[in-house]
Design a protein. Sequence first.
Lengths: 203, 379
Amino acid sequence: MSKLRPELQKICEWIEPNSRVLDLGCGDGALLEWLQNNRGVTGYGVDIEPDNVLSCLKKKVNIIQADLSAGLTDFGDGSFDYVIMTQALQALQYPHRILAEMQRVGRQSIVTFPNFGFWKHRIHLMLKGQMPVSKALPAQWYDTQNIHLCTIKDFEEFCSERAMVISKKDIMNYEHRSGLLLRAWPNLLGAVALYQLNAQDLG
Amino acid sequence: MLKIPSDSIGLVTPQIQHFSEKLVLDCGKSLEQYDIVYETYGKLNAAADNAVLVCHALSADHHAAGYHSETDKKPGWWEACIGPGKPIDTNRFFVVSPGNLGQCNGSTGPKSTNPSTGKAYGPDFPMVTVSDWVKYQKRLAERLGLSQWAAVVGGSLGGMQAMQWAIEFPDAVRHAVIIASAPKLSAQNIAFNAVARQAIMSDPDFHEGRYYEHDTVPSGGLKVARMLGHITYLSDDAMGDKFGRDLKDDKLNYHYDVEFEVESYLRYQGESFVNRFDANTYLLMTKALDYFDPASQEQGNLAEAFKKTSAKYFLASFTTDWRFSPERSREIVKALTEAGRDVSYLEFESNHGHDAFLVPMIQYIDAFKQYMDNIEVST
């Protein structure tokens, strides 16, 4: 697991063995590969980038090349135990639509995103008067893919407005420790947010 | 003399197997006996677990790779993908490439002699379906001592055969590779085939399919059929890039003979096709395409059909293919994911239209090769 980035390691802890997983924006397929080999997980990765797709094939991870913004129409209701989307929410044209689709397709949804409320971002904006550039958000305002950034507070408000039930959460700083201070002021001290949401009972 | 490229399988020789065990066909008729012509590339390993079946599309045949002689101008139709170091790597796999029943290049078809009349079958050759082909291919496999394919691979109508194999003989297929294909033809696709058939059948030289007896060929009709088909295999962009509105002469001549380059190209395609293809075979192949619909066995539910399969799947499509568009491949992928099967699906940027699956485009070749390389075979 050590090869996985810390955020993905945490997700691996959350996933029940032998479950069925859909990984949206799966990148090189590292998460699914680990879950397949160590947790008996089955499922598919979805990604659009040709290099990522080839990496997934190399790792023997099932990969479906598709554009997430076109939605998840190719997947049936409740067809996965988990639908995961790491660090992609903020790059989508309509993040709220994809979240609704994840809720439809999976029993649990797991999302991670960079917290725009992180103190360094706030300082950047307040003292420099410029759009934050950081480890989590390395691009400039004009060429960033991150077009829908939100804070932890924004996200939780969004979930409660839409009656999305948060079943697990973890807030990480760059050292990936979750200390007392971080628990006290997550929206200020957290750099990366991880959430697990229960699917809504539509019946 | 032609220098055969080093990444080619080289010189190959077709072989023929005769089958005298009756084959009952979907149409209700049967063939008492038949020949199948096929080629093989590479070596079967001791465990016999490295065999790959290559299924051909509408106008192709058993000659998928290599050259028949050093003077051949062209190699087999899938030279881009079959050979040493290529996606279907003949250093690893034993490749079997048969010519389908109904074809006109060695396997029994309308041109062959009907043993009960002593004349060519012509229109009396029974209609054959993708499922019928899979059945004769199974017999061929048994004849060659193969109980399971490492992979069944095909593009277009060939992809349909790979799908049918996985459904009909689940234990005999470890991987199904389905490229630029569809779960069934759309109304528009059937319509194109219908026009092609009408062109052939309305040719005065057709003689209701008995043109061999009249020593004629419905060449005008077959030409038009091929020209129509060819338009649908290319993309608008590819045609535009290749010909634009270029003229044969530098001026307009105000006549009905060839004026635009694209007309000249289509006529050439039509004419060279007439020299190598049989009109009755063209009719049969288009009908086999029209009839293919494996979901019909499951009340239209393709996922149900795939639930009974045990193969892993690789699918690919090409952005400008409008005859078998990416959406059609995605229908198959959707059914496979719903059935819980292992599947990878790739969509390649290409301006070659449907014919892109025959073109050695680097991203396609790399991904196809990676998938095939992952298939485990004994050494």
